[in-house]
Design a protein around this ligand. Structure first.
Ligand SMILES: [Zn+2]
Length: 60
């Protein structure tokens, strides 16, 4: 984790709290949101990586 800063989903204000102090909406990590159009591919890639990691750790 680079930082724990969060971004409000309503007013886009940056905050360290999970609830925006300005409007009371939920604040989320802004980094994953930037990749939202590719999210399904990202999760798919992550799933594949875990699959290969499992095969490597099981070995033999
Ligand atoms: Zn807000």
């Amino acid at each position: 984790m680079k930082s724990r800063i969060l971004k409000c989903t309503e007013c886009n204000r940056y905050t360290l709290k999970t609830i925006c102090p300005a409007c009371g909406a939920v604040a989320t990590n802004p980094c994953p949101a930037r990749y939202s159009p590719e999210d399904r591919y990202g999760s798919y890639r992550r799933k594949m990586k875990r699959f290969y990691d499992d095969r490597q750790t099981q070995g033999t």
